[in-house]
Design a protein around this ligand. Sequence first.
Ligand code: SF4
Length: 238
Amino acid sequence: MVFPVTALGPGTRLGVWVQGCSIRCHGCLALDTWNPETGLEMTAPQLHDIWRDARAAGAEGLTISGGEPGDQPEALTLLLEGVREISGSAAEDILLYTGYEWEEFRRRMPRVRELADAVITGPFRAELPTTLVWRGSANQILHPLSELGEIRYAPHIDSRPERPPMQRVVTDERVWMIGVPRTGDLPRLDRALRRSDVTVGQTSWRPARGDKDAQAPDRHRSHSVAPFGPADDPTEPE
Ligand code: SF4
């Protein structure tokens, strides 16, 4: 969880990244989210408390990414039911990311229209680069689902900002890059790191040592979070 998130959806948001993804797109930026056995186990009531805190701190929406939310539909439904109940009539929107196409995601989450305001669907496809806001490849579709979703998301369906919204969060051991970097951004970051005195232990866009499961990405884009060593602005031109 991260609050505030400003790079994945409109306004100031609580970001939740679920753990585990069975889709395994070639070029995924967030290889560290694939394994469902890792991550932090939390109950829906614990997450509801975090949502309450985020609202009290000014959250305008909730973004759920991953990993793959559609791989745990029961837990996701429980989480979203509580979020809806807590928000009541307040204009706080829910945005979901999924690597499944719309029809498959709706089959997994039959109540998605009731529980979310917008969904971004489709796997990451490295061969289809895009400048569309909040999306990693051109096949990914932004679907407004509710009246609030139409107001907040319809204006962004074809929006192509000059630079993608990106955010960095620094903790003791990691730097988290939040947002959807464009083609070439991470190689630029790699070069900036090599020029600097920063030593990087592990990045989420390369398989961890000994992880034969994760494929080596040749391009680095995703809809998720990437931890890396302290670094320059990855979108900074060379
Ligand atoms: S891009 Fe998303 S859907 Fe694709 S493998 Fe990565 S986490 Fe899974």
